[in-house]
Write a protein that binds this ligand. Structure first.
Ligand code: PMP
Length: 284
């Protein structure tokens, strides 16, 4: 596999980043994941807008132009022959030389790393037909989850707990209400209404979330942006999650309780179809 490091395209075993890089020492960096379907980048512009916001919230200088990010994404997709899969992009504050809590001087150059993962048949994931089971866990993350940082240890621990409990993912709960999944936004459906937590510092502002809510409204569904409890989710007609790599994924069980009939429902199915169809049309 060919990966991108600071402007160079290198075989992955020759790509290197300093041990003093603040991304490595302090999780001082941000990332984005863009899906590739049929060789096209899905929701690319939205991901770049969020990248720039994450960088700006952390006062990391944006090292590349929009055109350079796009060119590098396309280069990597071509060089690695990716039809379906993803492009991972990470920007860290870079290597100031010594380890120090204070941010380094402005002349420290951010580190940009990009790589691809091939996932043939990504849009036809069998799980979309059967749905995920989720379990609830306490949300023990920090207070700025709207910044897409690489500090993913707690979500990773929550994913492991979900697997240990025989589930596909965890929904994190704070003050009695669901924040989001380990790497996705969470939704429930009651009648013609879709409920998902409002945007704040408590959750990541999903790019897929924005697109799916737009499609839902266009399809005359009601959207309520508010937090919900696990009990309310267990009583819902349907549940689902969204993310750039899972698109719209139905959730059929929560903490062992069936959601609705315990099978994939019509709203999640329809939103998945619309999302895939529309985002393929607008892919770049
Ligand atoms: N919440 C969290 C915590 C995530 O990690 C992700 C995936 N990056 C999402 C939500 C979904 O965001 P997106 O639709 O932009 O992939």
């Amino acid at each position: 596999r060919t990966v991108y490091v600071n402007g160079d395209y290198l075989p992955e075993d020759q790509a290197m980043v300093s041990v003093f890089d603040r991304g490595f020492l302090m999780a001082d960096g941000v990332y984005e994941v863009v899906s590739v379907l049929g060789g096209k980048l899905i929701d690319f512009e939205g991901h770049m807008v969020r990248l720039k916001r994450s960088l700006s919230e952390l006062a990391i200088a944006n090292p590349l132009s929009d055109d350079a990010y796009l060119a590098a994404h396309r280069d990597l997709v071509a060089r690695n022959d990716i039809t379906d899969g993803l492009v991972y992009l990470q920007v860290t504050r870079g290597n100031p030389g010594d380890r120090d809590f204070a941010y380094p001087s402005a002349d420290t150059v951010p580190t940009v790393v990009m790589f691809t993962q091939s996932k043939p048949g990504l849009a036809d994931a069998p799980a979309a037909k059967t749905g995920w089971s989720v379990v609830s866990v306490d949300d023990l993350r920090w207070g700025r989850r709207d910044i897409k940082t690489v500090q993913l240890l707690y979500p990773s621990m929550a994913k492991m707990e979900a697997k240990a409990r025989g589930a596909d993912d965890a929904w994190m709960v704070e003050d009695g209400r669901v924040t989001e999944g380990t790497s996705n936004n969470a939704y429930i459906v009651k009648g013609n209404t879709i409920v998902t937590r409002e945007l704040s510092h408590d959750i990541l502002h999903g790019i897929t979330r924005a697109a799916v809510l737009r499609f839902a409204r266009e399809a005359q569904m009601q959207v309520e942006e508010r937090a919900f409890t696990i009990a309310e989710a267990q009583e819902a007609d349907e549940a689902f999650i969204t993310s750039a790599s899972a698109f719209v994924m139905p959730v059929v069980s929560i903490d062992g309780a069936r959601v609705g009939a315990g099978t994939v429902g019509p709203v999640a199915t329809r939103l998945r179809e619309i999302y895939l169809e529309e985002s393929l049309k607008t892919g770049v």
